[in-house]
Design a protein around this ligand. Structure first.
Ligand SMILES: Nc1ncnc2c1ncn2[C@@H]1O[C@H](COP(=O)(O)OP(=O)(O)O)[C@@H](O)[C@H]1O
Ligand SMILES: [Mg+2]
Length: 360
């Protein structure tokens, strides 16, 4: 049974449809991430779950019960806001204890729960500090502590890491995962950062214009995007225009960049149809172009070589002007990956790693 279930939820602001008949089930204990560009409606979905926003149409169930008209304060849901929304003049302890005091929890129990929560977010011993005396990362932890201290059924997190610098953000990602595991609470996380979504989540919901484009585990979203929007939003991709020439069973011949290639046909494409072929940079290969390119590979020239530590990113201009990004990994026995600028190369991809999408 889902712990949160949105059924056909719509929301309009000032004649502008922000959420469009969206249905979504969140399962107990999972780490679910809403991923999408700014303005696509992620925060609005969170606010509808929290009860901070009503839906114009559709309904919401929490823990199996209709919550469509249940006010925020009566929902077993807490939110960590992007802005943290802490009380700056209060101590860390009082910030975390605030909700428990409102609920008239006994002082002894408050103390114990706050201390336990401080330990969980690695802030033990800092209870007496004022919020202004904390770093950004520490404030972030207080915001999380305040939201988990009364062990809600569901924790909503709205871009909680966006104010932190890159290194801290990566550390906090790891800690959020560990916290999720320890607490066993359902997390609904919002981000516009695809790397964050892929590394944190059990399932990712890719949103666009108030609707869901795809839901699935990170690997599926990355390797089997359902459409061009998902392919381009999640990870880097090379997209080739192609035409289906002939199909048989789950295989087909396509013409791409003037070259004939045999690829999988998982979606029943027909001869004559136009398609897009998606290839991640790491699925593409480059060979020296000193000899003529083998059948099935495309001639081009190296335009840029970007060193990235364990990989090298090559920007290659194909003969028809199309630009392709290829990621090459260093491996122990191979000599250095090295090309001259403007050097002729042959570009191809690892057979079977392509994803063929409708042209749209
Ligand atoms: N209270 C509001 N009044 C009017 N428009 C709003 C309000 N809240 C959000 N919007 C609009 O709804 C759209 C979605 O917003 P939001 O859910 O915040 O997107 P996201 O979190 O994905 O960036 C945006 O176009 C935003 O301007
Ligand atoms: Mg938002």
């Amino acid at each position: 049974m889902p712990v949160v279930s949105l059924q056909n939820v719509s929301k309009t602001f000032e004649n502008h449809v922000v959420i469009d008949k969206l249905s979504l089930d969140v399962f107990k204990g999972e780490f679910l991430t809403l991923l999408g560009p700014s303005g696509c409606g992620k925060t609005t979905v969170l606010r509808i779950i929290a009860g901070l926003e009503t839906c114009d149409q559709g309904g919401i169930h929490i823990d199996g019960k209709d919550h469509t008209h249940v006010p925020a304060c009566d929902r077993d849901v807490n939110t960590v806001f992007q802005s943290y929304a802490l009380f700056p003049h209060m101590t860390v302890f009082d910030n975390i204890a605030f909700g428990l005091k409102l609920k008239k929890t006994k002082p002894g129990e408050i103390k114990q729960r706050v201390e336990e929560t401080l330990a969980l977010v690695k802030l033990s011993g800092l209870g007496h500090r004022r919020i202004q005396q904390l770093s950004g990362g520490q404030q972030q932890r207080v915001a999380i502590a305040r939201a988990i201290v009364n062990q809600p059924l569901i924790l909503l997190l709205d871009e909680p890491l966006s104010a932190l610098d890159y290194k801290l953000r990566k550390e906090m990602r790891l800690e959020l995962r560990q916290l999720h595991r320890k607490l066993g609470i359902t997390f609904v996380f919002v981000t516009h950062d695809q790397e964050e979504a892929l590394t944190l989540s059990d399932r990712v919901v890719v949103m666009n214009n108030g609707a869901i484009e795809q839901i699935g585990p990170p690997k599926e979203i990355y390797e089997e995007p359902l459409n061009r929007f998902v392919a381009e939003f999640v990870g880097e991709s090379n997209l080739f225009d192609a035409e289906v020439i002939k199909t048989w069973g789950e295989t087909m011949d396509i013409r791409v960049q003037g070259v004939l290639k045999t690829v999988k046909n998982r979606r029943g494409f027909q001869a004559g149809q136009r398609v897009k072929v998606l290839l991640r940079p790491e699925d593409m290969t480059v060979e020296s172009g000193k000899q003529a390119c083998l059948p099935g590979s495309f001639p081009g020239r190296v335009e840029e070589m970007i060193y990235k530590g364990t990989t090298v990113e090559l920007i290659i201009r194909l003969e028809d002007g199309k630009q392709v990004v290829v990621l090459e990994f260093f491996n122990e026995d191979a000599e250095d990956i090295s090309y001259d600028m403007g050097e002729g190369v042959c570009v191809s991809w690892i057979d079977g790693w392509e994803v063929v999408l409708p042209h749209e």
